[in-house]
Ligand binder design. Sequence first.
Ligand SMILES: [Zn+2]
Length: 299
Amino acid sequence: MNLKIIKSKIGNAAITQIVETDINDAMPIILPDAIPEEMKKIAWLDKPYRTDDFLMNADSQAFFVELNGRLFVVDTCVGNEKEVLGFDGFNNLNLPFLEAMEHAGIDRNSVTDVICTHLHFDHVGWNTYKDNGEWKPTFPNAKYHFAKEEYDYWEKDGFKNHALGPLENVSFHESIDPVVEAGLVNFIEMDDDLGDGISVKPSPGHSKGHINVHFDAGKETFIIAGDMCHHPCQIAQTDWAAIIDYDQKESGVTRRKILGELSGSEILVTCTHFCSPSFGKISGSESEGFVFNTVDKSE
Ligand SMILES: [Zn+2]
């Protein structure tokens, strides 16, 4: 089984998406408001983001971005051999993700920066891999950037007070602790500059310390916005919240604020679970509804 690899160019950046698996079956659970009758009302929402029956298509994927001499990974999927309590479809995966990276020409030893938009299990999985029963950093020469706010939340209260707490507790030990212990983590602010045109901006709501990643790629700029939206339908329906949002009200406020800022601009945006073609420009307004205008940058 070969995993899907999508290569794109945006400005000076070379982007490789590796799709670990689709998450189509999980989407109606994650976004319960997005029922087919409501999805039909979003005139611009076309395939491949939906099926003929107006069900959502979405992916678990990682974005590798080569820019200005650095090689970034934004979000690292579910990973192999991870214990994912309560989500059978993601439990104990055994997929050729590392082979797909190799096939795509990505040497994991050359990755300079890993950015997790937040620390849910499906965004941190390939931070580590199992080697002789031990969790080892997949990207041993990278700095792993985690928002301090997000890390502190899960470490202090999240396991006890969040619906995903027990699952996140396991995920933390498998995918986060080992890179902290290896001394590879750089704790950042939610609004921070990582140099060479790469920065992060706050987008709280889905999680407490959720961040969007901005890439200034010369003639073009793009944003990878994690789980600010799980599906393009939330660009039209900004109040459709994910069942696992830390704060469902705040996630809507964040969407409206950021989509409002992006509307009419040339900035390309995607969210981590948007299936390919994943990038687009935003138009419209809060009152008339925002629109996702796909721009296919794949080669
Ligand atoms: Zn996610």
